[in-house]
Unconditional design. Sequence first.
Length: 492
Amino acid sequence: MMTREEILAIYDAGSDAVIALVEGLLNQIEKLSFRVQEQDKLIEKLTDRVTKLEAQLSKTSENSSKPPSSDGLKRKNRSLRIRSGRKPGGQEGHAGSTLSFCETPHEVKNYTAEVCSRCGQDLSAIQALIHERRQVFELPEIRLHVTEHQAEIKACPVCHSESKGVFPEDVKQGIQYGSQFKALTVYLNQYHLLPYERLGELLTVVCGQSISEGSVFNAIQGCSENLSEFESTAKAVLSQAKVLNHDETGVRVGQKLHWVHSASTADWTWYQVHTKRGQEATTEIGILPEFAGILAHDHWKPYFQYNCAHALCNAHHLRELKFIQESYKQAWAGEMADLLRDINTAVKTCSQSTLSQSERVTFEKRYTEILAVGMEMNPLIRKRTHQRGRQKQSPARNLLERLSNYQQEVLRFMYDFQVPFDNNQAERDIRMVKLHQKISGCFRSMAGAEAFCRIRSYISTMKKQGFDLIDSLAQVIRGQPVIPSFSPPDFR
């Protein structure tokens, strides 16, 4: 800092010295101002970065599409479901599933009263008044039942040629496993996801018979090959559905990322693995190009390339709204979540086939009002001069634009009661694919992944329609798969 004497000396030196001093000071001020502006920009960038990182850290499976496994061991269990107010356990009027007396027991053991418990009189010749019954439900000893098939070979007394009896069509080898046992191995491996080694251990302990990995593999491949007719039927049924749930998830086949696509209804399921995720894959699978109903999905953009009606998953919206409310402290998000739940409750409790016009208008008005508040809180960020590409918006703004631009698709469940509130049908159906990857890590080959998808599609469909799964798989192994009949819906 200059002293008073130094300033007076410059003044006495004349106007040129004063001008030089002032110009130097102005130059320093300009440099300091530029540094302050740069620091302000840096602080703004760092603040924005911290906000984004905090928002990223606050994402869980409850407020985003992250899987539950990513929450770690200390996650808080805060479900989006609203408490019903009912006590835990069976509710009044529930049929229950407790044991009940079997009217045709497999075996009856009678315990006689030999003598009178009071006076000792012999009662062996006395007829019983009644029987007190007690039943024990128990597994019999499980052992494989071996059937030897013998084909007679006879010599003709006339021409002396030999003729042999014909074995059943499914008895092709000298020693082989039966279709029921093969069906059990396929069921345990493909549905319960038991690895080959553990599957062999289980069958050894339970049935007293081990099975090689090669035999399990051959049973799976044979089962998959026999499901070609089911594949064409399933795709035809799903392409003609009124409402179709669709989803996709990543899996590893060998060392590469692939995608399993799921198309399903309450009665049918089809999975198919593909190297791609988007429209190229769904077009090649062949269900969506022919589909003309209502497609329920999670707003994956390639789905909108198909000429059908769309319904967006509101379970995804509820999670995203919860994230905006918790991370950005914006009240409109909570109000929108409450509105979606209110509409869903009104739909579920409606005794008519549709909501009244006044109810729909009231809900739509609340919807647009909440959006207006949200838009005001999250204004559109304009592109800077000479900036290339699309200007990135905040998560709140992106969600608001989706809810605004796709209002019809978001609220379609309100207009058509056949449309679900969410896409949980597809998510439930595809969940086991992720569990398979968690257990096995990956599929070793494309053939194994395709076999899994085919067999899993068949098992899921049979389960939805109430068929016996082991028997259904046994029929597939015998080359006669169960193909449920269907009538194409008329919804035009």
